[in-house]
Design a protein around this ligand. Structure first.
Ligand SMILES: [Zn+2]
Length: 426
């Protein structure tokens, strides 16, 4: 069977609408993928799982001194609410949250540089006793009419360290506040947590020789606010559909499972749910193959192996033998391979990353305009060549084990040490 980039592109066009975790559009995309599997003669099922979400009623930020102005903000889902009349406090710009920045931050609303709140900074802000947090995204070059302000969530991992009201604003507006010396503000956040249902799509092609041994292909199909999510990760979704088509026509020696994950963008929720619901089956999983981002005309194929060095060398050799240029390294990749690696299943992550300035991610510019059928087909060939040799081998040469250095990387990524410390304190 010939890999066909144009066929991949056709499916990618069908999926090219915003598909936020737990939304009706995400379910619609799941149904499209399911129907596509079934058109290939492979039954597919939807696994549903609950996700934590929130409806934000009010989120406002008003500078009170030395001037008066309201700025557009979005409210953090699942962060602590203010009272209805809001939180009025001194406003302090604390940059990256160095100790000196935070020495007088107690009881204040703080504006921070990083757009994504992560554990180390959040932990410091909680320890410093801040009363509220403002984060920023975008660039000074933004045109308000052409940029969107996303809605963030204070994830459970962060909430383990505490919670305060949080809002998100543009870099443009953060800049304006700091330049004009904003020093007192009123922040209002009123939201309510709600449960939503998200879905994984699961299709299986039984192995002809060793059906009890499983290799799974994974790609997330959800996107974020405002993003059509074709590069991230409609591309990986259609690449795996093409690989499924190959194994329908060329039955595999081992069983191959294809799983399209929902809710990756809000914290790998789909793959965590899969792993949790398939503990028994997981013992038979030999390898996980994940594809996350693909298709840019200008870019580089990357292969990140969360497994032993020998597997890294194998992937590197295969890429060279098949004349597929790719940067291969051992490491972890922030995607659905993490829950598998955390359960002891080695993983190979494929991505085609856009060249600097030649791709857009997590915003309204993630569109088909910078992708091509040729680039999709190129990555598909690479994924197929590397995985096929393993799936059809008489012996599966990869040990079902994560080497110690990778175990440490995964634990660091999941902030296991910090979480264990905070739960011990409680
Ligand atoms: Zn992604």
């Amino acid at each position: 069977m010939e890999i066909c980039g144009n066929r991949e592109m056709e499916l990618l066009k069908k999926l090219g609408f915003t598909r936020v975790a737990g939304s009706p559009e995400e379910l619609q995309a799941a149904e499209i993928l399911k129907a596509e599997c079934e058109a290939l003669g492979v039954p597919a099922i939807l696994q549903d799982f609950e996700i934590e979400d929130a409806d934000i009623g009010t989120a406002t930020l008003e500078v009170l001194e030395p001037y008066n102005q309201s700025y557009p903000v979005t409210g953090y889902k699942c962060a602590q609410n203010t009272f209805e009349d809001g939180l009025t406090a001194e406003l302090l710009y604390v940059e990256d949250g160095e100790d000196v920045n935070l020495s007088e931050a107690k009881g204040k609303i703080v504006l921070v540089n990083p757009g994504y709140m992560r554990v180390p900074l959040f932990k410091k802000l909680m320890a410093a006793g801040v009363a509220g947090i403002v984060t920023m995204e975008g660039t000074l070059r933004d045109d308000r009419q052409e940029t969107d302000l996303s809605t963030r969530k204070l994830r459970r991992t962060l909430r383990a360290f505490g919670s305060v009201p949080m809002v998100h604003t543009r870099v443009l507006d953060g800049f304006d506040m700091v330049k004009r010396g904003a020093c007192k503000a009123k922040l209002v956040l009123r939201g309510a947590t709600v449960e939503k249902t998200s879905h994984n799509v699961i299709a299986t092609v039984m192995g002809t020789g060793k059906p009890h041994e499983i290799v799974s292909f994974g790609a997330h199909f959800d996107s974020v606010d405002f993003s059509k999510g074709v590069y991230d990760n409609g591309a990986g979704s259609v690449i795996n559909m093409e690989i499924l088509r190959y194994f329908v026509e060329n039955p595999p020696y081992r069983t191959v499972k294809f799983i399209w994950y929902g809710s990756e963008e809000i914290g790998l929720e789909g793959s965590w749910a899969y792993v949790k619901a398939h503990q028994e089956e997981l013992k038979d999983h030999k390898l996980m193959i994940n594809v996350d981002v693909g298709g840019p005309v200008l870019g580089t194929d990357k292969v990140t192996v969360t497994g032993e060095e020998k597997l890294t060398a194998f992937a590197d050799y295969m890429a060279k033998i098949c004349a597929c240029p790719a940067k291969v390294k051992q490491g972890i990749y922030s995607s659905d391979s993490i829950p598998f690696a955390d359960s002891g299943v080695p993983a190979i992550n494929f991505s085609r990353d856009g060249a600097p300035g030649a791709s857009y991610i997590h915003d309204r510019f993630d569109t088909l305009s910078f992708l091509s059928a040729e680039a999709l087909a190129h990555t598909t060939r690479l994924v197929l060549e590397v995985s096929r040799a393993l799936i059809n081998g008489k012996v599966f040469p990869v040990e079902r084990k994560i080497p110690q250095n990778m175990v440490e990387e995964v634990e660091k990524y999941l902030y296991k040490k910090e979480l264990a410390e905070v739960s011990a304190e409680k």
